[in-house]
Design a protein around this ligand. Structure first.
Ligand SMILES: Cc1cc2nc3c(=O)[nH]c(=O)nc-3n(C[C@H](O)[C@H](O)[C@H](O)COP(=O)(O)OP(=O)(O)OC[C@H]3O[C@@H](n4cnc5c(N)ncnc54)[C@H](O)[C@@H]3O)c2cc1C
Length: 471
């Protein structure tokens, strides 16, 4: 039996071990859902269903709950798990088995499952971050079944677009532009595919234990004290449905002003879609397909598609090819050298992590940005740059600055703990994907931002008042 797929571009699929799919009697194809927590527009799910259909195997989705869920960023986890409940309900509507496993490390859970079920293949999501990669490699090494990774997060798969860490957006953009016609394609119809699997493999093998799955997820949330105190604002209702509505609202009502107004945090010009993309509730490829209908023929550079495709995929490229994505070793050499030369420069202000966390600095604009993050789970993109650069200016060392920025971002941002966050912090503090600028105290040649620069761009007082009105 081969692993050919006609529905998914084979370049999207990467075998993690050298096993081949076995046509096992009563065998099951497992889709180990992790990064992409949706049914629609999901290449990994499609690939799994197609294998099940072609090889007359049954099909199951498995989600493995982390042991430390709700500990580090309870609001983001609540967002993610609430969205997952919607996905589980949808799976039930469609008759697709959806199981949640918990209690051990993710790869061990899948291996344990394999020891009691006949598993013909496991499909997992591409993930550039360390822990998830290690778990997938562990599974692939110990599994008797073939394990395939499918990249459904990047429109041009990360392994295909480049085999090394890219220098910057301009080097990646050229490669993406060349490959986009091959990869920016529409998705096959999910219902047709599910029906095909069901026809070939009587409905009884598409078990429906989603009821238990949903209860388990609810129980996990209810048992967590921290969840009871969390408020997810109206603006960021979790789930694929809410994410799709937000995408459509953006396209219909905001897209026309995006290029002109996206750097103005007093306006509502940005999409607010990153929590949905990062938790896999909606597909960036679907967003790009819809938006590219409007921007047909326009070059990527400088528009929303550049952010959505090039910048976002550049972050995956950075984290995938750089094990040092969370520390200073991941900065470019010119930046490391320059920051080293300015290590002893006098800092006018120095704050502790707690002072930053409590918005307790001398700068009302910075404090407002931090409050926006804590109160809403989402700081405006322009303020994120200013926010991180000031942390560099007001800490003892670049190492400490990076640590504080990542800690606060990952602790409070609904879209945190993501390659975009690690790349964003390394860009602001360590010159990643940027060039050297005129040297100045503390920053060295890292691009500088200041309060007056913000004042020239937007009404700073209006932004501060806007955030104060939330508090
Ligand atoms: C210090 C710092 C920390 C950051 N932390 C995160 C983070 O934790 N999670 C996160 O998703 N992004 C992060 N970013 C990148 C960027 O600020 C956000 O992606 C953006 O603000 C998300 O809001 P939006 O969806 O409204 O973006 P929009 O402007 O509407 O853009 C649409 C999509 O394009 C992508 N995008 C936009 N800007 C960038 C960018 N600079 N880099 C990569 N992708 C981009 C995102 O997927 C975004 O959802 C960070 C940037 C900096 C400077």
């Amino acid at each position: 039996m081969d692993n050919t797929s006609s529905l998914v571009n084979r370049k999207r699929v990467h075998p993690l071990n050298d096993k081949r799919v076995q046509p096992l009697k009563s065998g099951t194809i497992i889709y180990w859902m992790s990064r992409e927590k949706r049914l629609e527009d999901n290449w990994g799910l499609i690939y799994g269903l197609e294998l099940a259909w072609r090889h007359a195997q049954s099909f199951s989705i498995i989600y493995t709950l982390y042991n430390d869920i709700f500990k580090e960023n309870p609001r983001a986890d609540l967002f993610s798990i609430t969205g997952l409940i919607e996905t589980a309900e949808r799976a039930e509507e469609l008759g697709v088995d959806f199981t949640v496993l918990s209690g051990r490390e993710p790869a061990d859970l899948i291996l344990e499952y394999e020891s009691t079920h006949t598993v013909s293949a496991v499909i997992c999501d591409f993930h550039p971050l360390r822990f998830q990669q290690q778990e997938q490699i562990k599974l692939a090494a110990h599994s008797d079944a073939p394990v395939f990774e499918v990249d459904s997060h990047n429109i041009v798969p990360a392994r295909v677009v480049s085999d090394h860490q890219e220098f910057g957006a301009h080097t990646l953009r050229i490669k993406i532009e060349r490959l986009l016609p091959e990869f920016l394609t529409d998705f096959p119809n999910l219902f047709d595919l599910i029906s095909k699997v069901m026809l070939k493999k009587a409905p009884k093998v598409m078990k429906k234990n989603t009821e238990g799955t949903r209860e388990k997820l609810f129980r996990t949330m209810e048992s967590e004290e921290s969840c009871k105190r969390i408020i997810i604002g109206e603006e960021f209702q979790p789930g694929s449905r809410a994410g799709t509505n937000k995408l459509m609202d953006f396209i219909e009502n905001k897209l026309y002003a995006y290029a002109a107004d996206r750097n103005n945090p007093t306006l509502e010009a940005v999409s607010g879609l990153s929590p949905y993309f990062n938790s896999g509730q909606i597909s960036p490829q679907r967003a790009a397909l819809l938006i590219s209908i409007i921007y047909q023929g326009t070059p990527l550079k400088n528009g929303i598609l550049d952010e959505l495709i090039v910048r976002r995929e550049l972050s995956d490229n950075f984290c995938f090819y750089t094990s040092d994505y969370e520390n200073m070793a991941g900065f470019p050499n010119w930046a490391k050298q320059s920051l080293k030369e300015h290590r002893e420069d006098l800092r006018e202000y120095i704050y502790t992590l707690e002072e930053f966390e409590n918005s307790d600095t001398h700068d009302p604009l910075w404090n407002a940005a931090q409050k926006q993050l804590v109160l809403t789970g989402k700081m405006h993109g322009y303020m994120r740059m200013y926010w991180a650069k000031k942390i560099l200016e007001w800490t003892l060392s670049p190492e400490q600055a990076l640590k504080y920025a990542i800690t606060l971002n990952d602790r409070y941002a609904l879209d945190g703990r993501d390659p975009n966050g690690y790349a964003g912090c390394a860009w602001a503090i360590g010159g990643l994907h940027d060039r050297a600028w005129k040297s100045r105290p503390v920053f060295g040649k890292i691009r500088y931002m200041n309060y007056n620069g913000c004042k020239r761009k937007f009404d700073v007082v209006e932004y501060i008042n806007k955030i104060e009105s939330i508090s």
